[in-house]
Design a protein around this ligand. Sequence first.
Ligand code: FAD
Ligand code: MLT
Ligand code: ZN
Length: 498
Amino acid sequence: GLFSRYYHKPARSTAFKVLTEGDLRHFKSILPAETILATPEIGGTADPIELDGFNADWLNKYRGNSQLVLRPKTTKEVSEILKYCNDQGIAVVPQGGNTGLVGGSVPVHDEVVLSLRNMNKIRSYDELSGILVCDAGCVLEELGNYVGERDHIMPLDLGAKGSCHIGGNVAANAGGIRFLRYGTLHGSVLGLEVVLPDGTVLDNMSTLRKDNTGYDLKQLFIGSEGTLGIITGVSIATPRKPSSVNVAVLGVPSYEKVQQAFKLARRRCGEILSAYEFWDASCMGAVLKHHDLKSPLSSDFPFYVLIETSGSNKDHDDEKLGALLEELMEEGIVEDGALAQDETQISRMWSMREGIPESLGKTGATYKYDVSIPIPVLYDVVGDIAARLEKASLFKPEEQPGSDHPVKLVCGYGHIGDGNLHLNIVAERFEDRVTNIFEPFVYEWVASHRGSISAEHGVGLMKRDYLGYSKSPEMIDYMRRIKNLFDPKGILNPYKVV
Ligand code: FAD
Ligand code: MLT
Ligand code: ZN
């Protein structure tokens, strides 16, 4: 059939009800008509094609077969939907911007898609404290614009900002490119409003920085990937916009030197360093091919680094970054560097880094491994995977177009300042003979270095069966118990995470 076994699709659980026309009638009685997309299969009128965007993920790797998408406008509607689904045993997959990369945001079978996209209002903003309270379906970039007009920034930023929702970010505990400076959402999220599977609304929309009144329940939902409750509201601390931002792109001759440059950047510019990202020559090739961008450097290098500083005194920052760049060049750690001269150049340099995932997607079917590994050995895994693929005659580095190896690229990039590598393998298509070369090998590799098999993208469907490489049996047991406590019927995002 269309879908090979390149990902394991668990069998549909018979515990879940198959939707009927009666169910659709019920949803019509509690929701405005325009918020419902139902196919003729369950008595609706939507063309099944209209549901495609909800059934397929961003990578075009995972695909479900939902016949019903609900897009409620209020927390009360979410509560009524869940209460009914829980009573009836109907499975539900929460969906934000559907930019997730682990198959978590799309149905596996015929789960109802509950999309948060109609819940996109800002509830309040306090310019003194920078605390933003908003609906979960607000798009990250729009929030960035809103707080930007008030001299603040969102504490997180990522390439998917134009589509992803703040609720999806929280549910996935997204990391991204500001993590180095502003840290995890476990710190910046101050409160959440969550609807539990039985319809209970947990109102924990605190705007307090400090609140030690027992267990911090909201933390459980940060990174829960839609398995414990539906996040409908978010309260989040936004930092002041730095008045001075500098960005430079560096050409680096070896991975060893990428690390040396990081060490020196921290030593010389630690207090203003706000990002330290890297990518390799294969990524650069793909991004320059598929985006309207030119390398700011004079020649090609094995590795590239993007370094950003953010502070409040331009002269001071310019002087410090300038001195760092000089020292890096003098020491031979960096062979070439370009410092952005204005906002346009800053945003071009960031597009180069942020455009990598999209350019790989345009190159072919992209397998993504998002791992935390101690920095000194972080890039080794890229070479080891490439060697395995080459040995299996599936890949030849730097081969000419027209050859018949199914794997096109093996490359690495990521948030090296956070010890987070994105290992990507780009092939003609998703297929078992390719997958089998690096699964479970890559997970074994990561576990042998006591790394994490998911640094920031989560577990979803993709890594559910591999959790044991990063978590002990006791921890997985307690995860299951927590899942059971919040969702005893298992209706929320079934088949995912645990
Ligand atoms: P979705 O993809 O819709 O959902 C993600 C998960 O959360 C699913 O399990 C879903 O069921 C659940 N969910 C969504 N909304 C809710 C809700 N309101 N309540 C409960 N559960 C919910 N990730 C990073 O960490 N760092 C990056 O730098 C990064 N860059 C990216 C760049 C690109 C180009 C792309 C395509 C993705 C990137 N991602 C990154 C992955 C992804 O964008 C993030 O994980 C993002 O946070 C997902 O948000 P979303 O709204 O699209 O959520
Ligand atoms: C990134 O850092 O670009 C994102 O996590 C997306 C990806 O890994 O491709
Ligand atoms: Zn990332």
